[in-house]
Design a protein around this ligand. Sequence first.
Ligand code: SF4
Length: 246
Amino acid sequence: MVVLSQRGSDDPKMYDLSFMYTKRCNLSCSFCMYNSGPAVNDAMDLVALRAWLDTVDMNRVASFGIYGGEPSLNLNEYARIMDMVAHLDKPHFVITNGSWSKDYECMMRFLEFCAQYHIFIVISGTPEHRQHQDRTILEWLAKQEPDAFRLKPEEENFHPMGRLAGKIPFVCTDKCTWWDRALRIAVQPDGSIIFQNCDGVYPVVGNIWEPFGRMDECIQKMRVDGFSLVYCHYESLLLKQVASAK
Ligand code: SF4
């Protein structure tokens, strides 16, 4: 049984660290925040990732996540990443579009992979994704193993990035500074690292060619001083505050 109990997740000095090996996906959703799709063929440099992980203070990591793209398409590569961190005995989770539920072999491969690495499975519930899922199977799985699966609700928060960049409004609540739980960061296929406690466009806060400590220092400093260096919308919020104070 896989239970996603994330020790340290209530501590903003901790990180939920995720890996996006590729943004390749079998779907091309209209709301995709990463512009994923079947034609995308990027891939993370796993040698560089391995070297970067050696610089990470693992006492600061609450959990490891994997997503993309659709992770079930690249299980061998995600297995190589999991092999780098599995011995640390942290909670693992995957975010998936759930389309594997429509193909018995894909489903078995994916479930075996998740069982092997004790990965908690988070399945998207957007109406667009549901069209590509076998909901009967997914609901049965979630009922059988409630501690190993989470079926997300139909409506999710969409971000104004990727295919929705500039197309939906959003309100910056200053989440990057007030968020008081583990901070979410993800390594992208090109080795850049994005900061995900944000209402708007996730900013790049580092990369895997620099030591973890440098990125951590940068994030912790910006949580005090503000994120205007990396967020295009952050400054406008400050300006708004100044304007409304006048
Ligand atoms: S399934 Fe997910 S990653 Fe793939 S296109 Fe849709 S939103 Fe993007």
